[in-house]
Design a binder for this molecule. Structure first.
Ligand SMILES: CC(=O)CC(=O)SCCNC(=O)CCNC(=O)[C@H](O)C(C)(C)COP(=O)(O)OP(=O)(O)OC[C@H]1O[C@@H](n2cnc3c(N)ncnc32)[C@H](O)[C@@H]1OP(=O)(O)O
Ligand SMILES: NC(=O)C1=CN([C@@H]2O[C@H](COP(=O)(O)OP(=O)(O)OC[C@H]3O[C@@H](n4cnc5c(N)ncnc54)[C@H](OP(=O)(O)O)[C@@H]3O)[C@@H](O)[C@H]2O)C=CC1
Length: 291
């Protein structure tokens, strides 16, 4: 079955980025979230990022206008039942995701492929809560979606070859590159990246360095584009903590123990850029380290 229309659940930083790249590639996009405010904010971010691509001559003004015209929004999850592919990109919490799938499944066409952009949660377990585990996959974009080349493709135990091949073709049409990962906690990228970020938080917690010295050491010492704490703020500290908890629970190894300082930041509601405070304070002109 050819995929022409895509439903995206969650208009946060990943959902709006996913809607953006699908619309630019010519797909019809239906974006949903739980509040009109989130949908409006998501659309504004898409417009801003498309404008940035126009000003850097990556795309034309016509491409931008055509992409925007392909994106519709709705507060009614069941409207996504008309689409050929659904990508769930809501908050990284298993109960949130399974509730979405349970509400959505009765409205889906029989051939619709169902995917999750989860950073870490078992695809097999999410699939088992739907009526179509053979048509369910992990479809993991990287942040910021319009810029990052990679999409991880993760098969659950029941995912069929036809579904995998269809999603591989979608990645190609988006102009991105797929890497295939087996369905184990946090797959490839976050299995490697998140323990590094967690270790950076331990380095801060134990006083080995402060926020600035840790980030500049890793930027200048290992040529990373962002320091690990700056990257954690960019990803969202709630998401980082959720991924560490999945690694810790799923692999039952103390080496994945989330740093208590990461937990404290999340408890404070200091979730990084999205709440304007995390390891840096973003409320002024330039980010100021909070430790
Ligand atoms: C947690 C998970 O489950 C998985 C993950 O996603 S892990 C996180 C993975 N992501 C990373 O590691 C990102 C690391 N950071 C970077 O690569 C870079 O800092 C960055 C690309 C985000 C920004 O780069 P920068 O050089 O500091 O900024 P800037 O010059 O403004 O942007 C670089 C390019 O990206 C574009 N860009 C940046 N953000 C963009 C966005 N949201 N939308 C569209 N374009 C964007 C800019 O227009 C610019 O394009 P050109 O090079 O074509 O001119
Ligand atoms: N941040 C990152 O770098 C990456 C994240 N991911 C994954 O992508 C997913 C989304 O992350 P991200 O975009 O960063 O998170 P955000 O917090 O930016 O966005 C999540 C969005 O989902 C919405 N939401 C919550 N519950 C529901 C629901 N029941 N129905 C519809 N929408 C809902 C939230 O609304 P509200 O704000 O109102 O609660 C919010 O708008 C997660 O699974 C995450 O692990 C994958 C790759 C990279």
């Amino acid at each position: 079955m050819e995929i022409e229309t895509v439903g995206v659940v969650g208009a946060g930083q990943m959902g709006n980025g996913i809607a953006h790249v699908f619309a630019l590639a010519g797909y019809g996009v239906l974006l949903t979230d739980i509040s009109q405010e989130s949908l409006d904010r998501g659309r504004q971010v898409i417009e801003r990022n498309l404008d940035r691509q126009v000003s850097r001559e990556k795309i034309s003004a016509e491409d931008r206008d055509a992409a925007l015209a392909r994106i519709r929004t709705t507060l009614t999850l069941s409207d996504l039942g008309q689409t050929d592919l659904v990508i769930e990109a809501a908050t990284e919490r298993e109960t949130v995701k399974t509730a979405i799938f349970e509400d959505l499944v009765p409205h889906l066409k029989p051939n619709t492929i169902l995917t999750s952009n989860t950073s870490s949660i078992s695809i097999t377990r999410l699939a088992s809560r739907t009526d179509r585990p053979e048509k369910f996959m992990g479809f993991h974009f990287m942040n910021p979606v319009p810029v990052m080349q990679l999409v991880e493709l993760i098969r659950g135990i029941a995912t069929d070859q036809e579904t995998f091949d269809a999603m591989h073709r979608v990645v190609e049409r988006l102009g991105k590159t797929a890497a295939t990962a087996e369905d184990f906690p946090a797959f490839i990228v976050n299995r490697i990246l998140m323990p590094m970020i967690n270790e950076a938080v331990y380095t801060l917690y134990e006083g080995v360095g402060n926020v600035s010295s840790i980030d500049s050491a890793m930027k200048l010492g290992t040529n990373h584009p962002m320091g690990p704490l700056e990257l954690a703020d960019f990803i969202g500290l709630d998401t980082c903590l959720a991924i560490m908890n999945v690694l810790h629970d799923g692999l039952a190894d103390t080496k994945y123990r989330p740093c208590p300082l990461l937990t404290k930041y999340v408890e404070a509601g200091w979730l990084g850029r999205k709440t304007k405070r995390g390891f840096y304070d973003y409320r002024g002109e330039t980010p100021v380290p909070t430790r």
